[in-house]
Design a protein around this ligand. Structure first.
Ligand code: OGA
Ligand code: MN
Length: 336
């Protein structure tokens, strides 16, 4: 394991840093019984590191959802159950991040709509940035993993340090302008699999949701670059700026440079990784397991409760899902 054991002020957990600026593996947690004191230390570690890795938690679906709910109100998958799509689990708070076809319990056909949609997860992104109320924490837990050597890691990028180290001109520009990012799930699906989703038009698929590009991460007080693959364009005063796409690409390329990233391998079922979408980006790392070995990962997603949770969006808007299982020419269409 890379990184060095650091002296921490923590009393009930031990933190092993995974990268010079963010991410840590945390030991000393008994997930059968996490005290208030220990939970507060986990929250503090999350504020500092943005990504915390916990090995062999021993948690099942129910324990995962119960533990997640301690972080705040949980999102659920109901709005994605459109076009006849059935839930895979009894618990609606669990999002399926794996490669299993729920109907047949076999590995997803790489040619299937869902496999094409999942390709978008291979691009660095912040979960739920396309929602009116964005997400704070994602808690991803392994249920079944490919054999070692076949990939399937999850990669992370430190978007706070990326903000701190923006080239001077870009930093000045972001601080001088009130730039708002318009986010769309259809956009990232299309980026991930352009041919399959050729007919999807992100500008009409569903209303985009808006969050500021540069904003302060409340738990740490540090600035963050809130970008990623769902970011479709950038606006100022309600209008798209003239070099929007160029800026989107420049910011994403800057934030995901190798020096800002770390990769987290999954070792055993019940390993869990928690990340804070308000200060890191993440992606599915891919590998030779694809189409061959089961990789069953399940995620809970916590609604942000910080002052910037709703960004520039109305709290009255109806939340919409993107139905990757619909025929591509209809995918993402409202009400499909
Ligand atoms: C997610 C996600 C990455 C992975 O669950 O939100 O992007 O490695 N997962 O599966
Ligand atoms: Mn994700």
């Amino acid at each position: 394991m890379p990184g060095l054991v650091q002296e921490t002020p923590f009393k009930t957990i031990t933190v092993n840093e995974l990268h010079p600026t963010f991410a840590a593996e945390v030991t000393g947690v008994n997930f059968q019984d996490v005290s208030e004191e220990q939970f507060a230390e986990i929250v503090a570690a999350m504020a500092k590191y943005g990504v915390c890795v916990f090995r062999n938690t021993g948690m099942d679906d129910a324990a995962h959802v119960r533990f997640s709910a301690r972080f705040g109100e949980l999102d659920n998958i109901r709005r994605y159950l459109i076009g006849g799509r059935k839930p895979r689990y009894d618990l609606y708070e669990l999002f399926d991040a794996g490669n299993i076809d729920g109907d047949t319990d076999t590995i997803l056909d790489p040619a299937s709509a869902r496999a094409h949609s999942n390709r978008g997860n291979g691009l660095f992104h912040a979960d739920s940035s396309f929602n009116p109320r964005r997400a704070s924490f994602s808690l991803l837990r392994a249920c079944a993993l490919p054999p070692p050597g076949h990939g399937g890691n999850t990669d992370f990028a430190d978007s706070r340090t990326a903000f701190d180290e923006l080239p001077g001109d870009l930093r000045e520009r972001l601080l001088a302008h009130d730039y708002v990012g318009a986010h769309s799930m259809a956009h990232s699906r299309k980026l991930g699999s352009p041919e399959f989703f050729a007919d999807v038009d992100p500008t009409t698929a569903s209303p985009m949701q808006r969050h500021r590009v540069a904003q302060r991460h409340e738990p740490s007080g540090r600035m963050n670059l809130y970008v990623g693959a769902h970011l479709h364009h950038i606006e100022e005063d309600g209008k798209e700026i003239s070099d929007s796409w160029e800026l989107v690409q420049r910011l994403n390329a800057h934030a995901t440079q190798k020096k800002y990233t770390t990769t987290v391998p999954w070792y055993s079922p019940s390993d869990m990784v928690i990340w804070d979408n308000r200060c890191v980006l993440h992606r599915a790392g891919g590998g030779t397991f694809e189409g061959k070995f089961r990789r069953d990962l399940r995620r809970t997603t916590v609604h942000d409760d910080s002052p910037t949770a709703w960004g520039c969006n109305s709290k009255d808007v109806v939340w919409q899902g993107f139905n990757s299982q619909a025929k591509s020419k209809h995918a993402g269409a409202v009400g499909v």
